[in-house]
Design a protein around this ligand. Structure first.
Ligand SMILES: *Cc1c(COP(=O)(O)O)cnc(C)c1O
Length: 466
């Protein structure tokens, strides 16, 4: 057990061995880039972004050990040694019997739901990630979010805002019948709910409830290590248990999992699907061969499997996790001290600013989240992402009217092992300037949009104040 830190400063537990320069730009240049991109940050070239907080997915830095492992990659089509190392790492940590590599998380989801789910089924989750929801719905099944009420309220403080609402889950099972629920999922941490963790007690209770009705439990395991570290920090009885053991206990309650290794696998590409059921695994491997590849590489190169095997062990290092959670907390507390309303408490991988509360002068259908993320880019070259009415607003094509999304958030996602504290200090300084001029920030209108997933390609223009 490492001794309790004696100093307040949590340092990055690594030194920098290889660097990628980032380019300073002027406000005038960024205004030009914004106009050229029609105020859509997805259309800004990455070379014109100074601090890119668009996503934590696949954007992290690999370690020297991972790069060394990459050189060991065995690219044999069948039975590669790299697959054996990958399989051993996954089995030791997650404890499932069958391990199926995929090129990323959504491929694991597609295969899982293709095998387990039929039209008319219902799949409950604390909150479905958007690719998970899309893959469930693509099967003609219904994806339901049953997170506890606290998890839907940005301002409420609760140590485990990702918990499943067990009363709602049992009511659902009784209403539709267990035969209509092929599996239940738990997303750890709850990404779409602000990266909030699920407690061990809630995992156990979910399992007990599902046992009563014979429904399997699967984890969406993308941020499993961050979730386990929150359990260690916040759940009584776990303070002296290693994160590795906490992870093993969490997954002992599951029948399988899907995983995007682009998150807590600490790699730039990769994923996997696990199950304890031989018959399911056989069907899943048949589908894998159809689109991803042979079961000992599943759409990945041998070297990718090596990097995942190393990454899954590195992510359990508690110095790393302390740094990771502290970096997110540092950003969240800094923003809170400036006066920003954020989803509380800070989650594992990102901070979400409540743009509706920050910019009351901008109506939801003039997109306060979009407006704020444009200002953060204009002021300091910081790229964030709107998670609000641009992403989730629904247009009624008969009447031409638009219903806003449930919340107007701006997400600042932190790539793993990529930025130092001075980068975060810079983000906070830019955020202060934006905060001080917030009443002058204009709303936006959409001038062009595609019929679906409009946030990627829509064009905007500022609404002139009268
Ligand atoms: C990223 C993510 C996925 C999908 O993984 P990809 O690798 O992007 O396909 C699924 N669930 C959650 C919770 C995620 O964060």
């Amino acid at each position: 057990m490492p001794e309790k830190p004696r100093f307040r400063t949590v340092i990055e537990p690594f030194i920098i061995k290889s660097v990628q320069p980032i380019r300073m730009t002027s406000v005038a240049e960024r205004e030009k880039y914004l106009k050229e991109a029609h105020y859509n940050l997805f259309k800004i070239e990455a070379q014109n972004v100074l601090i890119d907080l668009l996503t934590d997915s696949g954007t992290g830095a690999m370690s020297s050990e991972q790069w060394a492992a990459i050189m060991r990659g065995d690219e044999s089509y069948a039975g590669s040694v790299s697959y054996q190392r990958f399989e051993k790492a996954v089995k030791e940590i997650f404890g499932f019997t069958h391990v199926i590599p995929t090129h990323q998380g959504r491929a694991a989801e597609r295969i899982l739901f293709s095998v387990m789910c039929r039209a008319g089924d219902v799949v409950p989750n604390n909150t479905h990630f958007d690719t998970t929801r899309a893959n469930v719905e693509f099967r003609g099944a219904q994806a339901l979010d049953l997170v506890i009420d606290e998890g839907r309220d940005p301002a409420s403080i609760h140590p485990f805002k990702g918990n499943m609402d067990l009363e709602k889950l049992e009511a659902l099972i009784k209403r539709v019948g267990a035969g209509k629920i092929p599996l239940c999922m738990l997303t750890v941490t709850n990404n779409s709910g602000g990266g909030q963790p699920v407690s061990m007690a809630n995992i156990k209770a979910t399992r007990t409830l599902l046992n009563k009705y014979g429904v399997p439990l699967y984890f969406d395991a993308c941020r499993f290590a961050e979730n386990a570290y929150f359990i260690k920090l916040r759940e009584p009885g776990y303070e002296n248990i290693s994160v590795r053991e906490i992870v093993q206990e969490m997954f002992s309650f599951g029948d399988g999992c899907t995983m995007s290794a682009k998150k807590d696998g600490l790699v730039n590409i990769g994923g996997f699907l696990c199950t304890n059921e031989g018959d399911l695994a056989r069907q899943e491997k048949d589908l894998l061969i159809l689109t991803e590849g042979f079961p000992t590489y599943g759409g990945l190169a041998g070297r990718d499997l090596e990097a995942i095997a190393v990454g899954l062990n590195e992510v359990l290092n508690e110095d790393y996790l302390l740094y990771r959670i502290s970096e997110t907390k540092y950003l969240g507390e800094g923003l809170t001290n400036l006066g920003y309303p954020i989803v509380q408490p800070p989650g594992g991988h990102a901070i979400y600013i409540d743009a509706k509360a920050l910019l009351p002068q901008i109506q939801p259908l003039q997109y306060p989240g979009q407006a704020l993320s444009i200002e953060l880019y204009r002021a300091g070259g910081i790229r964030t992402v709107e998670i609000g009415s641009v992403m989730f607003g629904k247009i009624d094509h008969k009447t031409g009217t638009e219903a806003p999304g449930a919340m107007e958030l701006v997400r600042l996602a932190l790539p793993r092992r990529t930025h130092t504290q001075s980068h975060i200090d810079y983000v906070l300084e830019v955020a202060k300037e934006v905060f001080d001029t917030r009443d002058q920030i204009p709303g936006y209108r959409i001038t062009e949009q595609p019929p679906f997933l409009r946030h990627f390609t829509a064009k905007f223009e500022p609404v002139k104040s009268s």
